[in-house]
Design a protein around this ligand. Structure first.
Ligand code: NAD
Ligand code: TYD
Length: 334
């Protein structure tokens, strides 16, 4: 049996990844270390709670006493745990610095001490900044522009330093905007889908011309699996879905799929420092044999369908204290 330590496994991508790995590999044990912040949700992994190969540990990646024994047990570490929402990082970045930078440092330091076969850091295309035309390759300089992306870029630099200094076998993946089941409905796509179901306004920042690539979360899971097992140590890999769309295209797609009117679109004050465009060249990962399976239409349709079919999951979040406080704070003055 191989032991995989997943951090942040109760979040959106982490929970999809835990489920994917348990389904695919019968000889993997998974330890999920998660602090259960507002974004962590035990309901995301209810289906695997009974699986003897799965163990949940509630704890903080910044806490070396918690992390040490888990890393000691692990053959592989995949670090998803992070504060992830750009708008929250604009309101206040302290927790982003703490978890995303100090937390990654703690994991790296324990991995150096006890040794692991591979340490994979899940990063983001946002570390590159914003690109008006063309696509980023992995050689592009890191030029983050938000407190969130700056904290993720900082974490990457620590990963790089541990690889070079301590020869820790690290890998980095930089993915685009994921969509799919179990995404906390503060992010654009689940927010818009669930607002539209309730005939609430869909708040589009600025003029809606910003471009994002959309990666179906299952395609991200297959990419991480591949990089973890066959990626070249010390390397970073872009993971893009080849599904770019502007803000206006996204909001119209969602309304169209739900049969809702465009009068629900509400243009609101833009995000500070809003990155205009993200675009990834993923040919390095494709050379390892990866290809995204879901195109834009399919990725969006599967996502919309999931939120339509899983109302209790998102209603319990949206009616909760955290979400309502955040929503009033972020959108109240817009
Ligand atoms: P998420 O916000 O849905 O989940 C984050 C998880 O981390 C939660 O379960 C939370 O409880 C946990 N967590 C937070 N702080 C922690 C701490 N100190 N110790 C332990 N656990 C902690 O995030 P996500 O969207 O699933 O993103 C996962 C990773 O992928 C992140 O590293 C993020 O930067 C990266 N990423 C996400 C996207 C995207 O589109 N969602 C795109 C690019 C990169
Ligand atoms: P988001 O889902 O927050 O991801 P990221 O900022 O990490 O790319 O936002 C995606 C895009 O949608 C981004 O251009 C900002 C825009 N957006 C809105 O127009 N309205 C919203 O309410 C949100 C949350 C985002």
């Amino acid at each position: 049996m191989k032991t995989l330590l997943v951090t942040g496994g109760c979040g959106f991508i982490g929970s999809n990844f835990v489920q994917y790995m348990l389904d695919k590999y019968s000889d993997y044990r998974i330890i999920n270390l998660d602090k259960l912040t507002y974004a962590g949700n035990l309901a995301n992994l209810m289906a695997v709670e009974v699986d003897a190969r799965y163990r949940f540990v509630e704890g903080d990646i910044c806490d070396a006493q918690v992390v040490e024994p888990l890393v000691q047990e692990a053959d592989y570490v995949v670090n998803f745990a992070a504060e992830t929402h750009v708008d929250r990082s604009i309101m206040g970045g302290a927790e982003f610095v703490q978890t995303n930078i100090n937390g990654t440092y703690t994991l790296l330091d324990c991995a150096r001490e006890y040794g692991v076969e591979r340490f994979l850091q899940v990063s983001t295309d946002e570390v590159y900044g914003s690109i008006d035309e063309g696509e980023w390759t992995e050689e592009w300089p890191l030029e983050p522009r938000s407190p969130y992306s700056a904290s993720k870029a900082s974490a990457e630099l620590l990963v790089r330093a541990f690889q070079i200094t301590h020869e820790l076998p690290t890998l980095i993946t930089r993915c685009s905007n994921n969509i799919g089941p179990y995404q906390y409905p503060e992010k654009r796509v689940p927010l818009f889908v669930t607002n539209a179901i309730d005939d609430l306004p869909l708040p589009v920042y600025g003029d809606g011309s910003q471009v994002r690539d959309h990666l179906y979360v299952e395609d991200h899971c297959t990419a991480i699996d591949l990089v973890l097992h066959t990626g070249l140590v010390g390397e970073a890999y872009n993971v893009g879905g080849d599904n770019d769309a502007t803000g206006i295209e996204v909001v119209k797609t969602i309304l169209d799929m739900l049969g809702k009117p465009e009068s629900l679109i509400q243009y609101v004050t833009d995000r500070k420092g809003h990155d205009l465009r993200y675009a990834l060249d993923s040919s390095k990962l494709k050379a390892l044999g990866w290809k995204p399976q879901s195109d834009y239409e399919e990725a969006m349709q599967r996502t919309v369908d999931w939120y339509v079919q899983n109302e209790p999951w998102w209603r319990s979040i949206k009616s909760g204290e955290d979400f309502r406080t955040y929503y009033a704070r972020n959108y109240g003055k817009r």
